[in-house]
Design a protein around this ligand. Structure first.
Ligand SMILES: *Cc1c(COP(=O)(O)O)cnc(C)c1O
Length: 387
């Protein structure tokens, strides 16, 4: 038989593998503890923090989609971010991270730097020449996040990975925004992928979870050991729900990306919009890199309406977009980075990262495109009515 497509594998992960009763859907194992087969002879599982059959099905499914040797499911995306940093960075080692990385990741890296555990350097990875020089300068761990939040800047994963390996550094890619449907960093040279499964992998805004996938089996075992030792492995019920969400990942991403394109078409033609940030646009500074590196342009769109008053006019009255943080669910969301996701950044750092007060970020869900476009058009027309 020919190799099954990733979509088929995601749908069929763990299906019809129940030896006890022939359950088509793999059951949830909530038991925290497992009986030994005999004296001094544990079975495959002994205690759920260390290993759980429901979690294993999800870990294997995510690892297959990312093309890794295996995966670890964690209690949150931040747990998935924490484990590689704590497990792989030598004491006082240098971590090179994007200046516009996820706020929670920045908070962790910054706290570890302030308590003397690592040296943190931040750089703009979309400026490839500069970023490659920073890597060549000597680092231990390179952290990538592409597309970035909220400006959707793109990092050349292959170039950054090659430069990192040349100085003996490892590369971790946070693939939350793209998902393995759109981008597979391990195939481009990254060593480890992390996810906030809270976002697209689960996709229904009802689970907080994370995932770590490593290209190399030995490194994966090391990361799994640390996840168990730190006690940050994921729960069985969360794993079950995330696996259920994962089965429709390809369908959801396809529809969400179609909706993103429809909304971008509206935004680029509307007089209330000052700028649109979307890697699928030919005018995006790294459009060609995104087209080469990704299998699609994702379902996050950021745009600028020029002022906080205009932002208010757009968001007050929307019926198909909730004003909320997070992303990647079946329902469309709109967020205002400068008062929400990036509010804890000092204004000067926010400005340096290119985040303006008139900027809005959309996470497109899987609703009907015409409904989303109509709702957003009405919001933008309210801006024009401000005069
Ligand atoms: C949300 C998010 C995280 C953190 O994940 P949690 O599940 O909220 O802990 C990390 N990275 C990115 C890119 C995210 O969007």
């Amino acid at each position: 038989m020919t190799e099954q497509s990733p979509q088929t594998r995601a749908v069929r992960a763990g299906i019809n593998t129940d030896a006890a009763h022939g359950a088509v859907v793999p059951p949830i194992y909530l038991s925290t503890t497992y009986a030994f087969e005999a004296f001094n002879s544990p079975g495959q599982y002994d205690y759920s923090r260390a290993g759980n059959p429901t979690r294993t099905v999800l870990a294997e499914a995510v690892a297959e989609l990312e093309g890794g040797a295996g995966g670890v499911i964690t209690a949150s995306g931040m747990a998935a971010v924490s484990v590689p940093v704590l497990a792989l960075l030598p004491p006082g080692g240098t971590l090179l991270a994007p200046f516009d990385c996820y706020g929670g990741s920045w908070r962790l890296f910054d706290a570890l730097e302030r308590t003397g555990r690592l040296k943190l350097r931040l750089t703009d990875f979309s400026d490839s020449q500069h970023a490659l020089a920073e890597i060549a300068d000597g680092v231990d761990l390179v952290w990538l996040e592409t597309p970035s939040n909220p400006l959707l800047r793109i990092t050349d994963i292959a170039a950054a990975s090659a430069a990192a390996h040349a100085v003996g550094a490892l590369v971790v890619a946070d693939n939350t925004f793209a998902t393995p449907v759109v981008q597979r960093p391990l195939s481009l040279g990254a060593d480890i992928v992390v996810h906030s499964a809270t976002k697209y992998l689960n996709g229904h805004s009802d689970v907080v979870a994370g995932a770590i996938v490593a290209a190399d089996a030995e490194r994966l075992a090391h990361l799994a050991w640390w996840a168990n030792t730190l006690g940050v492995t994921g729960g069985a019920l969360d794993s079950y729900l995330t696996l259920r969400g994962l089965r429709t990942l390809h369908l959801r991403m396809a529809q969400a990306q179609r909706n993103a394109e429809a909304v971008v078409d509206l935004l680029v033609g509307h007089p209330a919009v000052k700028a649109v940030h979307y890697p699928g646009l030919e005018g995006h500074p790294q459009h060609e890199l995104a087209a080469r590196q990704q299998d699609g342009f994702g379902a996050i769109v950021t745009f600028d309406v020029g002022s906080e008053a205009a932002v208010r006019a757009v968001v007050e009255g929307l019926v198909c977009f909730c004003l909320a943080e997070s992303l990647g669910g079946v329902e469309s969301l709109i967020s205002h980075p400068s008062t929400m996701t990036h509010a804890s950044m000092p204004p000067d750092i926010r400005a340096a990262a290119g985040i303006t007060d008139g900027m809005l970020r959309l996470s497109l869900g899987v609703e009907d495109a015409a409904d989303l476009v109509g709702d957003l058009r009405a919001g933008l027309d309210r801006v024009l009515a401000l005069g």
